[in-house]
Design a protein around this ligand. Sequence first.
Ligand SMILES: [Zn+2]
Length: 171
Amino acid sequence: MSRALVLNATYEPLGVVSNRRALILVLNDRASVVENTSEILHFANGEIALPAVIRLNKFVRIPYRHAVPLSRRAIFARDGGRCVYCAAPATSIDHVIPRSRGGAHAWENVVSACHRCNHMKADKPLKELGWRLRQLPREPVGSAWRVLGATRAEEAWIPYLEPFGVATATA
Ligand SMILES: [Zn+2]
């Protein structure tokens, strides 16, 4: 039992539902299957594959633009799962300007970091350490982030998220 990615009629990612819910949308002609999972639902008169990706048959207008929720998962995804200081695999979240020095808990001030850098940096400012960020942290843009900010992407979704702003949909 897993989840399905819901795309708008324009293929823009909208959100995530259970794949039973996705199947009901398909059976009610509200949506079409784009990709199936390998999970088969058996019922009295036969069987049917549970969808991995569905697309709404009618375009729905969505209010723009939602801020992307700031979560550990989304920060890791934005930073490619790597430490912004040394490129090692990230294991923690770091506030560039430490919170103890007034740094905000905001997209522009949180980055993914490895344990070693986070520990060495502690509450020192970058200048004092002579460190530089590999890239400036920003709020990610693109509607795929609405999906990714809230949940972990399934493998089958990635090709449908990539055109909408997610380069590395992992971590
Ligand atoms: Zn590091």
